[in-house]
Design a protein around this ligand. Structure first.
Ligand code: SF4
Ligand code: SF4
Ligand code: SF4
Length: 230
């Protein structure tokens, strides 16, 4: 079986998601030996490009050069994976009024949100893709992971926490350190609005309070109507 041809690209971004891959010190050599790396400008000057099986794209579209690169990569790739909340939802660049998620311009086959992405989720996605499968989606919110860890709910302490509506996958990192979730992974793909509304109302908040906080990372896309990543 031939190795999948992979390309890793950055649009307007802080490169934090590409760094997550470079920081996979124990796994990086195995990953690199399992793929045919065609482009990773941040890591190597040998970038033969050409047709790709999978392209990973980090960052939001803020300028013409981003759009040119994105369209070129889309044309050459069988699958395009958005990595990081900037690519998936617009992220921080969205706040400037210029950054938009890549799905507003091209078809996205799978999204890995996070600011930055989670190493474990990235490696699991890579493993699925190397075997020719699309990774599974994580449909649950941060709240579920928080509850499994038996953390005390911060809503009870008067903190507004985005956990009920934020995509899980980080293991409830912030609430586990006694900090409210800021929604850096963007909205959950399948939020249970009824349950979230009930939990929040019990502590004197409503869903809109959480959406306002979520907007820091996902702009207007965080609203129920605006959600666009499947
Ligand atoms: S999602 Fe976060 S880590 Fe990734 S490019 Fe945007 S700001 Fe950087
Ligand atoms: S609201 Fe926040 S602190 Fe409370 S259970 Fe959900 S994630 Fe944890
Ligand atoms: S708890 Fe919320 S803010 Fe913290 S890493 Fe997870 S999604 Fe991001």
């Amino acid at each position: 079986m031939s190795k999948p041809r992979i390309g890793i690209y950055g649009l307007t971004s802080c490169a934090g998601d590409q760094l997550v891959l470079l920081n996979c010190e124990d796994e990086l050599l195995d990953v690199l030996s399992a793929v045919d790396l065609r482009s990773f400008v941040m890591a190597t000057s040998q970038n033969p490009e050409g047709e790709l099986d999978v392209a990973f794209v980090e960052g939001a579209v803020t300028q013409d050069s981003d759009l040119e690169l994105l369209r070129d990569v889309r044309t050459r790739s069988k699958l395009l994976i958005a990595i990081g909340t900037c690519a998936v939802w617009g992220g921080i660049p969205y706040l400037s009024g210029r950054g938009v998620p890549i799905s507003q311009h091209v078809k996205v086959d799978y999204s890995l949100p996070g600011c930055p992405i989670e190493k474990k989720q990235l490696l699991s996605a890579l493993s699925s893709l190397i075997h020719g499968d699309l990774p599974l989606k994580l449909p649950y919110p941060v709240c579920l992971e928080c509850t499994i860890r038996e953390n005390s709910c911060l809503l009870q302490a008067g903190e507004i926490c985005c956990g009920p509506l934020t995509a899980g996958g980080c293991g409830a990192r912030c609430p586990s350190h006694n900090r409210p979730c800021l929604g850096c992974r963007g909205p959950s793909l399948d939020p249970n609005y009824q349950a979230a509304t009930k939990i929040l109302a019990k502590h004197g908040y409503d869903v809109e309070d959480v959406h306002r906080k979520l907007a820091l990372f996902s702009g207007t896309n965080s609203s129920k109507e605006g959600r666009q990543v499947g």
